[in-house]
Ligand binder design. Structure first.
Ligand code: GH3
Ligand code: MG
Ligand code: MG
Ligand code: MG
Ligand code: MG
Length: 307
């Protein structure tokens, strides 16, 4: 599970299909059916198919079962075992109807079967159905993991992503830092300017935090009401302090009027925790530490970083 974006599918994006068959003639037939509507990638053996799938993350794979070397079943198992490729829809294309084979294919996670000789109309219809389902489920998935107000990841996404980033830092033996952020005097802001202005402010703050994060691995989620959390993998405390200070400065630089704050504009406070992840420590305690540091930043006057 990677960082997410709501507009995953601009209307002009063609669906991607990987066609896998050891017989060039079959590839040619499938290519003729789909080349206009989809972006196609071809493979003539299992290893090649897996490499292409990992690289282009297609919507669907049309997968021949009988091939020299890795069979279609092997390829399917391989793709399903890797979280990165597990969501790709697999349609087996098989030479002869065989109930046992078909059961096995569905058990391995295939979404449909197409029988040879290929009927272009039936094949196109089946692929179109699966393609539509895949896009709908991808969209649902991304909506379920996004905060609807600010467009950044929500708590549910954080719960999935944090253990992954944690594991990554266990492997790389590099520190992971967490920055907890909380908008200052935000209750008063709502009281004076109204909830709609409050919502608008939260959107701007989320965008601003996001714009400070530069590396692809850096991650932001809305943690709660006016609280955000940043995860900075492979970043030591010193780097996290710098990033957090940049965030605090950038929020202040928005110059959003807040007459009931001692700063007279919207500010944010940050608490940082940093650790070298190992299997002995948990990320729960890291969040707790960041929370305590945030508390100190508040106690010490707000609009500042503690770590
Ligand atoms: P502190 O500086 O100590 O953080 O004070 P605070 O007022 O920001 O903290 P408190 O926890 O007392 O209040 C948080 C407020 O954030 C309460 C609520 O009105 C506001 N809030 C939380 N979620 C939302 C939201 O989605 N939209 C809006 N407009 N306001 C929200
Ligand atoms: Mg074959
Ligand atoms: Mg709060
Ligand atoms: Mg609070
Ligand atoms: Mg607050």
């Amino acid at each position: 599970m990677d960082n997410i974006e709501l507009n995953q599918y601009p209307n002009d994006t063609k669906g991607k299909i990987v066609i896998v068959d050891d017989q060039p003639l079959n590839i040619k037939i499938l290519h003729q059916i789909f080349s206009e509507e989809y972006e196609l990638f071809m493979a003539t053996n299992g290893e090649q198919a897996i490499a292409i799938c990992q690289k282009v993350l297609p919507d669907l794979v049309l997968l021949d079962i009988e091939m020299p070397g890795m069979s279609g079943f092997d390829v399917c198992q391989h793709l399903k075992a890797d979280p990165e490729t597990a969501g790709i829809g697999i349609i087996f294309v098989t030479g002869h109807f065989d109930e046992v084979q078909e059961v096995k294919g569905f058990q391995l996670g295939a979404v449909d079967f197409i029988h040879k000789p290929i009927n272009p109309i039936i094949t196109a219809a089946r692929v179109k159905n699966q393609f539509t389902l895949k896009r709908q489920s991808d969209l649902l998935h991304s909506i379920a993991l996004l905060d609807s107000l600010t467009g950044v990841a929500n708590r549910r996404h954080l719960d999935q992503r944090l253990p992954e980033l944690w594991k990554q830092c266990c492997r790389s033996k590099l520190p992971l830092s967490i920055v907890m952020l909380d908008v200052d005097f935000f209750k008063r802001f709502n009281d004076r300017y109204g909830h709609q202005e409050g919502d608008h402010c939260l959107r701007l703050v989320a965008q601003t935090i996001n714009s400070v994060l530069r590396r692809p691995m850096d991650y932001i989620a809305r943690y709660g009401g006016e609280e955000f959390i940043c995860i900075l993998p492979e970043t030591p405390l010193s780097g996290a302090l710098q990033m957090a200070q940049r965030i605090v400065d950038a929020v202040r630089a928005l110059h959003i009027e807040h007459l009931d704050s001692c700063f007279k504009e919207i500010t944010i406070s940050a608490g940082i925790a940093s650790v070298q992840p190992t299997s002995d420590v948990t990320w729960f305690s890291l969040i707790e530490t960041a929370d305590q540091q945030l508390y100190h930043a508040k106690e010490n006057g707000r609009n500042q970083v503690f770590g």
